[in-house]
Design a protein around this ligand. Sequence first.
Ligand SMILES: Nc1nc2c(ncn2[C@@H]2O[C@H](COP(=O)(O)OP(=O)(O)OP(=O)(O)O)[C@@H](O)[C@H]2O)c(=O)[nH]1
Ligand SMILES: [Mg+2]
Length: 429
Amino acid sequence: MLPRPPRPRQAQLTRIHHPTDRTNTLDRGLCLFFPSPNSYTGEDMAELHVHGGTAVVGAILQALGGLPGMRLAEAGEFSRRAFDSGKMDLTEIEGVADLVNAQTEEQRRMAVRQAGGELHRMYDRWRTQLVGARAQMEAFIDFSEDENIEDGVVPQARAGVQVLGAAVRRHLDDRRRGELLRDGVELCIVGPPNAGKSSLLNRLALRQVAIVSEVAGTTRDIVEATLDIGGFPVVIRDSAGLRETTGDAVEAEGIRRAVEAARRADVRVVVLDAEQAMRARSIADAVSHPAWLELTAMPHTFVVLNKVDRPAVRGWAPPPGFSPGLRPVLVSCVTMEGWDALMRGVAADIRGTWGSHSSAAASMPLTKARHREHLLRCMGHVDAFERCEDVVLAAEELRHAADALGRITGRVGIEDVLDALFTQFCIGK
Ligand SMILES: Nc1nc2c(ncn2[C@@H]2O[C@H](COP(=O)(O)OP(=O)(O)OP(=O)(O)O)[C@@H](O)[C@H]2O)c(=O)[nH]1
Ligand SMILES: [Mg+2]
């Protein structure tokens, strides 16, 4: 389809013509040819960079499809071929999938590290250590009668596995950092009716997600929006205003859900009307709901005094002891004053608690339930190894532990996960 064969690994501006009719120019574009084995899949690969219009792409695909042996790639097929030819391991391929799907800056950074083989190298290093320890145990079993085997070989293997077990345990116990980075940190907006909770959500989301009105008790159900705060995906939930119920069953259920959501959330933003707060002696006074003290005592809770644009509250500051342990942020959803302070505070809290993997030195967090499952299995065998007096049985536990790690990277029996993994990919990657 090109006037002359492409030069390897050089972008070339070229005419692209129909395979059976040289005079039929389909487009002018770039051709890139990557000869095996230096390509994404390890096979010969060619890329045509063409104009993006439907007709151009359609004509070229149709021309290609007419050639013998040509067909469209299936979802994830390029990456699967890369895996089959040993170009990438499973964790790297999962990293590529995460990269394609990354919505926020932190997700992108972590996916780049994973696609670059950082997890692969860590799990492989652990697996090599387990295999090494097992070799020491086996050597002892086979040659213990022999003079040549050193005395301390079994204790040495045991000490090595102990250090490794501690490292795996630290990796597993990461306060769900990785999972929150993937699924999002949950932030719940709570407070009394009419305080401006829905207004705050709409300001954060930059669109009218929730209905705002001067009627107290407008929001009944949980309304949510996902956004990027400090590089983290944050799922923000607005909820019904908390008050002692009025006998309205729908509102009562809304309030029950609001309290439940606020309890479960990773971060809480408590919104009060500054004018009401001004008249109350304390935050507990300003909100008459029994769940109140419990919610404000939870960690990662922010108090927002809203509507500071109102003339009555100009120049007012909450007295000491108004909200013990919580520093209120004064904001207005109308004039946006105080907004930066609020956003900075929330972002710093999220980064401080669940962040830190963006720096190159930090260890990779655990983002996949699949990895966690195999790591837990690995730890089960490491624990059994440590308890096991019998050298032969202990060596067997090490074999199982190494296999569990091998399943994460795809070195060991993983046929069952392959199909599931590659179908998550988009066509053409
Ligand atoms: N002046 C002023 N008015 C505000 C501000 N924020 C919200 N309001 C108004 O306060 C009223 C209530 O706002 P909402 O956002 O619906 O309050 P809510 O807390 O979601 O109320 P419920 O859903 O009923 O619990 C509306 O009339 C808003 O326009 C603000 O910063 N300044
Ligand atoms: Mg509301």
